[in-house]
Design a protein around this ligand. Sequence first.
Ligand code: SF4
Length: 551
Amino acid sequence: MSTPASRTPASRHHKRPRGEGQWALGYREPLNKNEENKKNDDGLNVRQRIIDIYSKQGFDSIDPADLRGRMRWYGLYTQRKPGIDGGKTAILEPEELDDRYFMLRVRIDGGQLDLAQLRTIADISNAYGRGTADLTDRQNIQLHWIEIESVPDIWERLEAVGLSTTEACGDTPRVILGCPLAGIDSDEVIDATEQILEINERVVGNPAFSNLPRKFKSALSGCPAHCTVHEINDVAFVGVVNEHGETGYDLWVGGGLSTNPMLGKRLGVFVRPEQAADVYEGVVGVFRDYGYRRLRHRARIKFLVNDWGPERFREVLETEYLKEQLPDGPAPELPRGSRRDHVGVFPQKDGDFYVGFAPKVGRLDGDKLHAIADIAERHGSDRVRTTVEQKMVILDVAPDRVDSIVAALEAVDLQVKPSTFRRQTMACTGIEYCKLAIVETKATAMDLIDELERRLPAFEEPLTINVNGCPNSCARIQVADIGLKGQLVVDENGDQVEGFQIHLGGSLGVNAGFGRKVRGLKTTAKALPDYVARVVSNYDSQKKEGESFAD
Ligand code: SF4
């Protein structure tokens, strides 16, 4: 349904925008190095070179344009060389930061895994990734320490169970978020599983969509808690019921965080489930053809949506791509509850139960993944789910097995009734592996959780703490109650040390808004537990009835 990328659009009804490298306006010559690399050779083509050349001849045989560019089209990034401190991140050349090992991101669309898939990831982690396995806040699992020689075998194992790393990173349509409870929640507006699968089938690995201006993040869900954070995706389909009682989707475009955070905008249309894949392709097509390619930091779809406004975006989508008008539709209902995760024990619509549990900041390992698979199997389940909060859910537990599965999970420190701090703290990859990082994040956040649990054992209010290793926003700092942005700060001795800029009071949902960056409000990593404990205690002692942290 999408118009081919090579067409020359009329755009007669548009005011002529500035030259931002939009293909649709005739700017086909690459305007920066990234665009040049993509034009020279499509990112998808690196797969064959990995199989035929790089995996056989080793790391040194990898073309630099592949190493720091096209490898991402298959979820591969070089990881940070150990021992390089955050002060050098912005100073060193990329090759000085590159280790000879890779991070590998396995995409898990909709967060849906069966036990064979989970065990395959666990086996790969143990065989090739030194046992590493981190749940990301986009429902993926990331492995580290991967050598290029192992990649073909890893792909073979993943593909044998229907998993893939294709377009897990890169300027592509990345993993499609979905509610972990799709199909089992009695309150859900719509089960989006079929649409997620259809879109994945049509779009992922399709050369028509493999050269976008920048990454493209998607969510499709009918979750009544709005767990897929639709407000901050490039495109989101949110389950609604229209005035005729039909279920479908409300379409949002242009959300995203990073250094210029923007909330997505509703186009005001009603998308029937059978239209979702066409509409998805249309939105990606608009982005591909009209998206800004001149400057990387202005290339996300949010900048286009911000300049055009939702009315014009809708008009272009309908007239140039879909060739039909979409009906107007309603906005989504307000989210159910104040937490968007699915941690805890709750009934499914078929009488079984689902059990959501909280590894600390998403950190797992190969053995733990095997333990989860074994526990699920022993309790009669073949389905597990990842969440967008770095947590997991086991589905289909019979009522008389619930107590047993909770005990089994808690015995391996996978808590089903965690403290607020364990439940709602997230951390990005940080300096341990990420080349853009300035500070350590995972261990810092885990220590923070322990310390807060010790100091504030009675605190139970919802409160999100998101820890980022640099100004990017992989862990969504701007929409956390307490967002911590990694940077170097000066300590009491005048030394530069790891620390955080504080953002307070961000939220999604009813009062969606970005946290306030309080000028000069910073803490060293060492003083972080003192700082956060003080803020949380003050809130707890001074809050009025019904007042949330963001209020
Ligand atoms: Fe790396 Fe920064 Fe993203 Fe953290 S926020 S994973 S440090 S790029």
